[in-house]
Design a protein around this ligand. Structure first.
Ligand SMILES: [Zn+2]
Length: 423
């Protein structure tokens, strides 16, 4: 039993999506370079640690280089209830319920939302080639650098300002809905405002390509002229920036509908089902339920499913909650999103420190994002040295210890099943 519970060092996958940061600028590339050669000219967008088939991790310690590497997923399947813990195995079957990532964003990602469980199942049944997963995908992003994102619809009063201040939008959606919306107050009930916002947003997003191009050109022309006599608002500056990245895209216009969130390092944002969002720039740790289900509707050359996106959104309005880490002890603090599948710990060690990461009832993934030190698999055993890019799968009920030397410092993130699931 003890041999099975030994933590395993992982070889992880990357995604070279074109919005990623290139070569040396990219934390994703830095992490990946630990076990792989890097092409400095390519974008390195996402570092994946987990079992998802689109970017599976494998065990570095088992299987030699000339044989097929053992996939983490197949290794877990050999002893799922031991490695994942009984409770996790009962609830999610023989697979890791979360996917752990690092993102290096140089250019905006698509405006997207992730379906809830019911819709995910339906979309997967109807279009298995587009929606490859039947699972939902709540997610959380923790800023490693300043991290900018669009997330959720702005408040009623802010949207009224947009409808009066951005004439290109009013032209696209027509007077009738605008007049209805302008009568709303912040205190109006959600089901009343939702209907009108749904109608406005659907009209905007369904506008034909030619009309969108024309509106984007008008907006750009007007803002460039006004820029000479006044300072543009942050949202106007963002629209111009997005236009450079995705010319003639409806996302340039629809960005005015969303909250512009700027996280400082250490702050986090979580995104529930059916909430619109788009990451704009920066680097982050990301954790999510194991799924890759995305419904896109702008800022992308990929397939857009406007009808599905517009009908699935909650249309809740207002600024999203920004999560901060809560200290567990001097070295470890925790981000707890409102989802069962995951939580994330940030472990920080100065020179000559050590910390025990006590056993938990579910599986964990550890990732070293900065510094160097060593890991002790269980008290009393030998230490392995660790540096940036090292990732470990740690089975349920397994204690590890992290240690730094005289010159070392360590920044490590741990993803695990949300503690609230075990309570
Ligand atoms: Zn997302």
């Amino acid at each position: 039993m003890e041999a099975i519970r030994k933590p395993q060092r992982l070889r992880c996958s990357v995604q070279n999506y074109d919005w990623g940061r290139a070569g040396e600028e990219s934390t994703v590339a830095l992490l990946f370079s630990r076990n792989n050669p890097i092409d400095p000219a390519r974008p390195y967008a996402e570092f994946w640690i987990g079992t998802h088939p689109s970017g599976p991790s494998s065990l570095l310690s088992l299987g030699s280089s000339d044989s097929q590497p053992t996939l983490l997923k197949s290794w877990i399947l050999e002893n799922p209830s031991v490695l994942l813990g009984d409770k996790v195995f009962d609830k999610w079957g023989g697979d890791l319920p979360f996917l752990f990532k690092v993102l290096s964003v140089s250019k905006a990602l698509s405006i997207q939302a992730h379906p809830d469980k019911k819709l995910a199942k339906k979309l997967h049944e109807m279009h298995p080639n587009v929606y490859k997963d039947s699972n939902h995908k709540p997610e959380m992003a923790i800023a490693l650098t300043e991290f900018k994102a669009l997330c959720g619809f702005i408040s009623i009063e802010e949207l009224k300002d947009v409808l009066t201040g951005v004439p290109e939008i009013t032209e696209m959606i027509g007077d009738e809905d605008v007049h209805r919306y302008m009568k709303f107050k912040e205190t109006d009930p959600y089901d009343k405002t939702k209907v009108v916002l749904l109608s406005i947003f659907t009209k905007l997003m369904s506008t034909c390509k030619e009309a969108v191009s024309e509106s984007v050109s008008k907006l750009k022309y007007r803002l460039n002229i006004e820029n000479k006599v006044r300072t543009l608002t942050e949202k106007e500056q963002l629209a111009l920036q997005l236009e450079k990245q995705y010319p003639n895209d409806i996302g340039v216009i629809s960005s005015f509908f969303f909250n512009y969130v700027k996280l400082v390092p250490g702050e986090a944002l979580y995104i529930g089902a059916n909430e619109p969002h788009a990451y704009i720039s920066g680097e982050c740790i990301e954790c999510m339920a194991t799924s890759d289900n995305v419904v896109r509707a702008g800022l992308t050359p990929k397939y857009k499913d406007v009808q599905t996106l517009c009908s699935m959104l909650t249309y809740k309005q207002g600024y999203p909650e920004v999560l901060r880490e809560a200290p567990l002890n001097t070295n470890i603090s925790r981000y707890t999103p409102p989802f069962d599948e995951f939580e994330v710990d940030h472990i920080s060690l100065s020179p000559r420190e050590s910390v025990s990461c006590p056993p938990v009832l579910g599986p964990s993934i550890f990732l070293v994002v900065a510094g160097e030190g060593s890991i002790q698999m269980c008290p009393g055993t030998d230490e392995d040295s660790i540096i940036v890019g090292d990732a470990y799968f740690v089975p349920a009920k397994t204690e590890i210890r992290l240690i730094t030397g005289a010159a070392g410092e360590l920044q490590v993130y741990r993803a695990g099943v949300n503690s609230r699931f075990f309570n």
